[in-house]
Ligand binder design. Structure first.
Ligand SMILES: Cc1ncc(COP(=O)(O)O)c(C=O)c1O
Length: 382
């Protein structure tokens, strides 16, 4: 095949004329006197997002990180508390708990789904456990029923990191109302994006939702005879232009996710039979298909993942990404004494994973090229 560049780049977001029109409409109205406050678009977007994700309410914020932080603050997470999560994730899944003074406890992942293993979580529960944060890794739903049982038996709340999981289904149903809350990301490469940044908390718990709503706007309590500040919060709001684009993004999200699903299923077909690779499970209907994460099986491979991805890049111009290095390997965590003790599956998986460049816009020729380049690379590195 002819060498062609298939980068793992700025793609992912799908912007069309309706998104551009929304920006122009809201900006023009604001500049003509409507102003950038108040935010009727926020209300509309929150209702539409809650409906899409099957939750009673959604609270728009400016990132998944701030969504998680609102949840940590609303739970009162602080020094002396423990929060259990997966080490196979982005920094801020654990970072918000650490930033609030808690100790994060890493529990191991399931070797097939790569999601947080509920049994491993159980073994780490202590009286200090304040919350559990599973990630719907890559867009594949976590084992929600098992986490529900943990909450029912122990009272420990579960906050889902749903950064990858707009549109993810669990047993055929949207996930947004499950656990105590879910935290979504609309950052630029996610399934839907709000001009580069954005996020939401969804919840079925009215009191918790109200706490989050207050904390994202300085702690203001509206609605009484006079404005109160019940607790100190921040300005974590999304702008009205972003909320307007959130609405147009939602109007196309099912189509965009289907395009992702089809391409990830197709790439799995093209890669089938390469015995050095462990392919991701669950792609197709119900999978959020945010990431296509392949593992180079370290018990069979004759090279490392780092060597393979470097070769793919330099020889074939195929870009990949790493989701993720184990959290304990980042110096911010290593310096606080975190390590991989008790997480042998994650320790291995984090060495093996690489994400292929599959986006809603990826063509079939590009998928065929990526599969060919992978086969070639594996043969050349023997
Ligand atoms: C699993 C996970 N959680 C949280 C985040 C943070 O999202 P945001 O950039 O919206 O804060 C990301 C972003 O990549 C993520 O992948």
């Amino acid at each position: 095949m002819q060498i062609r560049a298939v980068p793992f780049g700025a793609m992912g977001g799908v912007y069309e004329q309706d998104d551009l029109d929304a920006v122009a409409r809201v900006t023009t109205a604001a500049a003509a006197g409507a102003g950038f406050f108040p935010l009727p678009e926020e209300n509309d977007f929150q209702q539409a997002f809650a409906a899409h994700e099957g939750a009673r309410q959604a609270i728009a914020v400016n990132s998944c990180g701030t969504a998680l932080d609102c949840c940590m603050m609303a739970l009162g997470v602080g020094p002396g508390d423990e929060v259990i999560t997966t080490p196979l994730t982005f920094v801020c899944t654990a970072g918000t708990a650490v930033a609030r003074g808690a100790r994060v406890v890493f529990a191991d992942v399931d070797p097939v789904t790569l999601n947080l293993d509920p049994e491993q979580v159980r073994q780490r529960l202590t009286p200090a456990t304040k919350a559990v944060i599973p990630v719907h890794f890559g867009g594949l739903a976590a084992d929600i029923s098992a986490f529900d049982r943990i909450t029912a038996e122990t009272g420990v709340p579960v906050i889902y990191d749903a950064a990858h999981a707009v549109g993810t289904l669990y047993q055929g149903q949207p996930i947004g109302g499950r656990g105590l809350a879910s935290c979504y990301s609309f950052q630029s490469n996610k399934n839907m994006t709000c001009l580069g940044e954005g996020g939401a908390v969804t919840t079925d718990n009215a009191d918790f939702g109200e706490r989050v709503r207050q904390l994202k706007t300085f702690g203001y309590v509206y609605g009484g005879p006079q404005l109160r500040v019940a607790s100190v919060g921040f300005n974590y709001r999304m702008t009205k232009v972003q909320c307007a684009v959130g609405l147009t993004q939602l109007a196309k999200i099912d189509r965009v996710i289907q395009a992702r699903q089809e391409r990830m299923v197709r790439l799995n077909e093209l890669l089938a039979g390469i015995d050095e690779l462990i392919l991701p499970v669950g792609h197709g209907a119900g999978h959020g298909s945010h990431l296509h994460v392949v593992r180079l099986d370290s018990t069979r491979a004759r090279c490392t993942t780092a060597a393979l991805t470097a070769h793919l890049k330099t020889r074939y111009q195929v870009g990949t990404a790493k989701h993720y290095p184990a959290l304990w390997t980042w110096e911010a965590f290593a310096n606080q004494g975190y390590d991989g003790t008790g997480c042998p599956v994650a320790a291995r998986v984090c060495q093996e994973v690489f994400s292929t460049p599959v986006f809603p816009q990826t063509t079939d020729e590009e998928l065929q090229y990526v599969a060919w380049a992978l086969r070639q690379s594996l043969a050349e590195l023997r």
